[in-house]
Design a protein. Sequence first.
Length: 224
Amino acid sequence: MTQTASPRTRVLVLISGSGSNLQALIDAQQSGKLPVELVAVISNRPDAKGLQRAERAGIPTQVVDHTRFDGRDSFDRALQQAIDAYAPDLIVLAGFMRILTEHFTRQYQGRMLNIHPSLLPKYQGLNTHERALQAGDREHGVSVHFVTAELDGGPVALQARVPVLPDDDASRLAQRVLQQEHRIYPLAVKWFAQGRLRMVDGRVFMDSEPLEPSGYPIDIHATL
């Protein structure tokens, strides 16, 4: 008797800009290292370069332009309708520069990931590299977390740390952090697709074991 292959996890990606983390997901999926189906890419900006990356990879794209709505609630309702049409198992925020309403985040609780360029809970919000340098931090990094109503405040799934070097400026530090983003985001999506990474009752579990608040630590040389 022939066994039927398990359906791949359906992943939808939200972007606002260049989509470099989207490209990391596309590359990992196309190389066979990421066992998911990228079902769509949705942007709130029609000029987002990441849309071109998706089109080149043959992924359906859609624009829900936030400037055409009179507020966050109406935009989020339209965005939710667009997302639900693709029936995703996981929603991945990859440089999606919109603050989402509590109602919206509640609809996808436990199946929406974001990546943030700091070692959360440090430096929620913008200008994280400048803030790390101004504080004299000796290390900086990036966090993948589950999305909740609190901006950059959902429970952390995994982090990668990078040293802050004596001659760093915000640009050099940002580039090294971005390299780690491209490594750990596909890894987090892979673990979710494999059923290893989950959020239950506001806490993150890896292989059914609860993680520390800082999430699963990743060596900066780790590969997918």
